[in-house]
Design a protein around this ligand. Sequence first.
Ligand code: AMP
Length: 303
Amino acid sequence: MDILVVGSVAFDSVETPFGKAEEVLGGSATYFSVAASYFAKLGIVAVVGDDFPEEHVKMLNYRNISTDGLQTVEGGKTFRWKGRYDFDLNVAHTLDTQLNVFSDFKPELPEEYRDVEYLFLANIDPELQMEVLNQVKGPRLIACDTMNFWIEGKQDKLRELLKGVELFVINEGEARELAGEASLIKAARKIFEMGPKTLIVKRGEYGALMFSGDHIFSAPAYPLEDIFDPTGAGDCFAGGLMGYLAKTGDLSDANVRKAIIYGSTMASFNVEAFSLERLKRLTVSEIDERYAEFKRLTHFEDV
Ligand code: AMP
């Protein structure tokens, strides 16, 4: 196993200007792991209730994702998230969050998960992220995501966690909120003081910015004519990014830049359909072709 991820496995109910979906498969760990599975082998740490259908577990296993760390609570209910997007698809409006089985979840890592090289703490309660971090033996790379729900509800725990995180991947609005700064450059500086060495700011349809030391790298998002549902785009971005880093084993600045483009590639496919419908049916050649299109999109030379 190359990458270990802890995060939510969920039923999402989502409304966008283009349609709606009720109680479909979602969750930060789910989107992340399926996206990353095109590059690397994964293990998931999460919890579901006994209302979680076996077919979803089978889909994860089919994609070579280990579910040995996915607990099922008999008589418990799976995490549920309800959200709405208006025409500005960059902003998710949370209508309801039901933690359900996550409220009493105590992650216990299977022995074979503990010496994993790449750890991704996907969006979930920072206390759970910390418990997983404390059980791994010394990964090569520790990366993390979060959201406004936790920035507002558990910021002290999040800040404690960030002391041990190297790569932090969050939304633009959340970076500003956490740092209390309108300027992203100032926000990055403040976030570096909290622990992370590299900050990647996800900017929805405007792409992503990486801040590392004094360098800034800017990547566009893929210009899609139709975006159906942005849910999970951020997690798929992180999945493509971490997947490519784990596949290549190269953490140089140049390679992280490429990984960001793979992240953007995976996110661009995900938004083409609700839930994981597009993502789980991708082929490696589709991924490579879109990566090549990204190269053409951004290439220019001095005249
Ligand atoms: P994103 O990539 O930011 O669009 O993430 C969307 C996913 O995050 C959805 O599938 C939700 O199930 C999940 N999610 C929403 N709120 C939370 C939360 N508070 N903690 C963990 N996961 C969440």
